[in-house]
Design a binder for this molecule. Structure first.
Ligand code: SF4
Ligand code: SF4
Length: 372
């Protein structure tokens, strides 16, 4: 029997389930396995401690995505979160931002991009998070991973890493394919002390949506967790998925019912284009910090509130905690939904959304599709 837990961190997919599997590689020494299990137990303890603290105290962010570099070494056609020219944010500025997030009481920081591994001093940023006791994660396309780079991430103190894989064979939509990345996954299985999650995606327009199932199976075989995401449009809203993608969803759902105890309601609503009733706590419990150091609701709602992190205060957190987001019913930004579960049972949002023209239907907005 394989125990399952809801995903605790995220990519940009809309719904996700996580499969916990035991480590199966036989090449590891007993000492390595014991060390990794001790580290895993410590991670789980820290995560639940942070969740408990988050339940008790509401005036701090639970999860922050931070961007050290907008540039990416790939160019997935559905993505609106990268460019091919931006320089890295100077490390002194990145460390200052981590310090500011620590002062706000942030529980978890996930480094995202662009491609974060292009940043030449990323390890210092990760080490600074751990110095403050913050849980440290990263989302990468995996292309730059090598054994020595993985060992450096171990030493820096990285605790969670996620790679999104879109297809089995690379195509015009995405080069994040299992064929290209499988060697990187084997390196991670051999060298990583941190937890690894593989996110596979439906709805991105890749040639074979059922590839998502093969990717998930490979992730499990290597001892990783896996999540499944549905693509969203350029404003974070639901993009209706086609029959082939829906079939993949149904296949994983049946798989899920057999194996997963906590397959939650919003996954079903999103897969079938139904509105979901929840309270988005973006700007309060979740922050997106862009390369310019501004606080945004999420990767798909950049510009709101658009306040510099250096000036972001508990008053801002309290205001956004109580602000109703009109884009919530058809939102597909999985990480914010998962974080908001902590507070969904309390504190109805009474402050109206002051943004103009937020989507209130399942009709896709103009813009590129997004998936990290
Ligand atoms: S989805 Fe990820 S890997 Fe692809 S272009 Fe965007 S940031 Fe780069
Ligand atoms: S509901 Fe929240 S997370 Fe979703 S798109 Fe709107 S602001 Fe972003």
């Amino acid at each position: 029997m394989v125990p399952v837990e809801p995903a605790a961190s995220c990519g940009q997919g809309i719904w996700a389930f996580r499969i916990m599997a035991s480590i199966k590689l036989t090449t590891r020494s007993l000492a390595t396995r014991i060390r990794r299990r001790a580290l895993a137990a410590h991670r789980v303890y820290r995560m639940w401690s942070r969740v408990a603290w988050g339940l008790m105290h509401k005036d701090h962010p639970l999860l922050v995505h931070i961007i050290p570099q907008r540039r990416c070494n790939l160019a997935c056609t559905y993505c609106n979160e990268f460019d091919d020219f931006s320089p890295p944010v100077p490390v002194e500025e990145m460390l200052r931002r981590v310090d500011q997030l620590a002062a706000l009481g942030t529980s978890v920081i996930t480094i995202s991009g662009g491609e974060p591994l292009l940043h030449p001093q990323l390890d210092e940023v990760i080490a600074r998070m751990r110095h403050h006791g913050i849980i440290s994660g990263m989302i990468t396309n995996g292309y730059l991973l090598m054994p020595e780079r993985i060992e450096r991430l171990n030493r820096a103190g990285l605790e969670y890493l996620q790679i999104s894989i879109d297809n089995v064979q690379p195509d015009d939509v995405s080069k994040k394919s299992l064929k290209v990345l499988d060697k990187k996954l084997e390196m991670l299985a051999e060298h990583a002390d941190f937890a690894v999650n593989i996110n596979s995606v439906v709805g991105s327009g890749v040639a074979n949506p059922e590839d998502a199932i093969h990717i998930a199976e490979r992730a499990l075989a290597l001892g990783f967790t896996t999540t499944l995401g549905i693509i969203h449009d350029g404003s974070g809203q639901l993009k209706p998925i086609g029959e082939a993608d829906r079939n993949v969803y149904e296949a994983t759902k049946k798989w899920g019912k057999r194996r997963f105890a906590r397959f939650i309601e919003f996954q079903e609503n999103i897969a079938y284009g139904r509105p979901h009733n929840w309270r988005c706590r973006a700007g309060a419990r979740y922050l997106y910090i862009c390369e310019d150091g501004l606080v945004h609701y999420c990767s798909q709602q950049r510009g709101y509130p658009g306040i510099p992190l250096a000036k972001y205060s508990v008053a801002d957190i309290r205001r956004e905690y109580g602000t109703k987001k009109d884009c919530a019913p058809f939102c597909t930004v999985n990480c914010v939904q998962q974080i908001s579960i902590v507070d969904n049972w309390r504190d109805p949002q009474t402050r109206p959304d002051t943004r103009a023209g937020q989507p209130a239907s399942a009709e896709p907005a103009a813009g590129h599709l997004v998936q990290s």
